[in-house]
Design a protein. Sequence first.
Length: 216
Amino acid sequence: MSYQTGPTPLSRSALPLDYWLSTELSAITPAGARSRLREIADARGSYMGAWAAGIGMGAVLILLGVILAIRLGTLVPVPSLSLPGAALAVLSSVFYLRVRDRLPRTSRAIVNRGPGSLRGALSFAGFILIAFIGLFALMAKPSTWQDPAALLTLATVLAFMVCLLVVGIIVPATIAGRSRESLRRKATTDPHFRALLEQDLATWRDPYGNAGYGPL
């Protein structure tokens, strides 16, 4: 004899994707709780951040080649720096688009030793710049501050340091820090990507315990 009344509760695997993607569920779940959606989002954000850094590095090399060509009065730096930079930017763009539109392999270990948020990246970049400027100020001779050529060189070096910190630290950290919001937006606006998530939801089971597919 059964005393159960009402509809049978849905199992975790039967819950719809919109339930796991909902911001309400995410808001009441601890940020460190494990879920399949969060693993996908974190892996996707890490890969996207890495390839975005590659795009930025390629752009910096192109810019460096052009500036050196102007400063030195020769086109030699252009093929030696700008062409590899363009190739790096194009290749990174191709892989960026691939990882943006596909589900990543979460089984691979992704090691990210950099800042994981925009705030952390800005703090790290600011510390590097302050340390560099302070070290230069301590070691520079008084006459250096009166030399326009030396000051122009310093300004150029600082500008490229800022560019490198932006593309190598700030951009990847920003993408990684917003990876969950990015996945939710992608699932809402891209039918193909949503179909990939729906298929994954239908077949995925937690190999280690009883974790749910979400929240995000």
